[in-house]
Design a protein around this ligand. Structure first.
Ligand code: GLV
Length: 321
């Protein structure tokens, strides 16, 4: 196939193989570091299909640089807040993402953060690594148990449901805030109750964010919401940084409006608010939600499968627009 496919970031070989099995020889970026913006704008010229990572901003400037022949942008991520979908739709450019294949990996990370922050595991590890003396003690480094507590899931899509499943297995009760109701059998399986956002904030011991990042969820959680949460509650974010006002989170942690936070994503990623770095009651990890070798291979394969479908004039398996 003589179609020009540009892979703008380094993807696992499984994705490249899916393309080559379909007779597509892509132009593929092969360095671990993202391309500079100017190199990216140059690289996309004349592309009919782009396969992009979440570090690439796909906006009007980039779409114009690619040209009117562009047919699709296939993101290797479930989140697509790096893409101006409206601008793509206006130009008849199909956008696809990679839902499903990273659900369990991301829910695992969300729950790892729940355990880490409630049981003070980051703090404990820092004690050992500091090489300072420590001693088992009846009152030493006590955390908060999670059994019989409530997890409040914000955004009950596939990842929210998978996180709720883990919480239930650990003896937690499940509440959720979501635009839509979940399937009756899932609600039954999880014994999950749907609450208003304010009710969820006021009654949950863990608030875990799983909604998409867009204009309507920008700073969904800030000072006013922290005030509504229990002082003993923890915030977990494995979705996208801008959903939380990061400075107001620091302020809430400093004033003990909430007990702690576990964060995999940051408002101005890869920058992390300096105020978070000095707090013991936060766990900070560098956007690892989907970071297993199997998951990343599956994501690349799905993105490439979407690209092949578009190349063949078919509807891709996981379209966004
Ligand atoms: C990862 O953050 C993703 O959106 O796939």
């Amino acid at each position: 196939m003589s179609l020009k496919v540009v892979v703008t970031g380094k993807i696992p070989s499984a994705g490249l193989k899916t393309l080559s099995d379909a007779g597509i020889t892509p132009v593929a970026w092969d360095a671990d570091q993202p391309m500079s913006r100017s190199a990216l704008l140059e690289a996309v010229k004349g592309a009919e299909i782009l396969i992009t990572l979440l570090t690439e901003k796909v906006d009007s400037e980039l779409l114009d640089a690619a040209g009117a022949q562009l047919k699709a942008v296939c993101n290797v991520a479930v989140g697509y807040n790096n893409i101006d979908v409206a601008a793509c739709t206006t130009r008849n450019v199909r956008v696809t993402n990679t839902p499903g294949v990273l659900t369990d990996a991301t829910a695992d990370i969300a729950f790892a953060l729940v355990l880490m922050v409630t049981r003070r595991l980051g703090e404990g590890e820092r004690v050992i690594r500091s090489k300072n003396d420590w001693q088992w003690g009846m009152h030493y480094m006590l955390g908060s148990g999670i059994q019989n507590r409530q997890i409040g899931i914000v955004g009950m899509g596939a990842i929210g449901i998978a996180t709720a499943r883990r919480a239930k297995a650990f003896g937690m009760s499940v509440a959720y805030f979501s635009r839509s109701k979940i399937a009756e059998e899932t609600a039954f399986e999880l014994d999950a109750k749907q609450l208003s956002f304010d009710e969820l904030l006021a009654t949950s011991d863990i608030v875990s964010i799983h909604c998409p990042s867009n204009e309507s969820t920008h700073h969904l959680i800030g000072a006013a919401q922290f005030k509504k949460m229990k002082k003993a509650a923890f915030l977990i974010n494995t979705a996208r940084g801008p959903i939380v006002n990061e400075q107001e989170l620091v302020d809430a942690l400093v004033s003990s409006d909430i007990a702690g936070a576990g964060l995999d994503v940051f408002e101005f990623e890869p920058q992390v608010n300096a105020g978070l770095l000095n707090l013991e009651n936060v766990v900070l990890i560098p956007h690892l939600g989907s970071a297993t070798a199997e998951t990343r291979a599956a994501m690349a394969t799905l993105a490439a499968t979407n690209a092949v479908a578009v190349a063949n004039g078919q509807i891709p398996p996981t379209p966004v627009n």
